[in-house]
Design a protein around this ligand. Structure first.
Ligand code: ZN
Length: 222
């Protein structure tokens, strides 16, 4: 086991890109793993590749497109319109059931194969969109399960678990990559990189966080 290496589950979005640079600060060697899961905006993988190259980390892509076909959701179904808000009951239709479970499990096998025991994911419970697989309890439970499943002492790191979007921007700034995250990542549900379409829920959350952060930075509060 090499305890100085880490594998980042990497989508090329704001959160996982911030985590990638966080991991670069914390670990000696960093790997980034992206997934094709049948998402409508598959170009996000190419953006992820470009960012990984810039960050000088090893990059790989796993094709797990079957995940999109297993469950019905608006990120993979071309004919389904996205929920703009969290419904009163249940999860928004942008929820891809099993996504983080599959991604982290596959990432763990991939990491184990390379003697890596640190896994990093950008999930956050704070700006909770109603996704159960972004919660701390799920991550901790999966960590135990993975260790039992593979007799390996994995450590799942979630640097963004308890921070909001403004604090995520603050972290990116501290890591010296605020502009890179702002211009080169894609969070938008409509597949537009950088500041995005501006009106989907992901863009709204991202923009409000950025405005809040820039405002507090200006006021010298952060
Ligand atoms: Zn958008």
């Amino acid at each position: 086991m090499n305890h100085n290496d880490a594998l980042v589950v990497f989508s090329g979005g704001q959160d996982s890109t911030t985590c990638l640079f966080w991991a670069k600060r914390e670990f000696q060697k960093v790997y980034a793993l992206s997934f094709l899961y049948g998402q409508k905006h598959a170009q996000e993988v190419e953006l992820a590749r470009a960012i990984a190259q810039k960050a000088d980390v090893e990059f790989d892509v796993m094709d797990v497109s079957f995940i999109g076909k297993l469950g019905h959701n608006s990120l993979t179904d071309q004919n389904m319109l996205m929920d703009n808000e969290k419904p009163e009951n249940g999860v928004p239709n942008t929820f891809v059931p099993g996504r983080n479970l599959f991604f982290l499990s596959i990432a763990a096998v991939y990491a184990r194969e390379r003697g890596i025991n640190h896994l990093v994911t950008g999930v956050s419970q704070t700006d909770f969109s109603g996704y159960p697989d972004c919660r701390d309890a799920f991550i901790k439970s999966l960590n135990v399960t993975l260790n039992l499943a593979m007799e390996t002492q994995f450590v799942i790191h979630t640097p963004l678990m308890w921070v909001d979007k403004a604090q995520t921007w603050a972290l990116a700034d501290k890591l010296g990559v605020l502009e890179l995250v702002r211009n080169e990542t894609m969070t938008c549900y409509n597949g537009i990189p950088g500041d995005g379409c501006g009106h989907c829920p992901a863009c709204k959350l991202r923009r409000e966080g950025l405005e809040k952060y820039l405002q507090t930075r200006q006021n010298g509060k952060l």
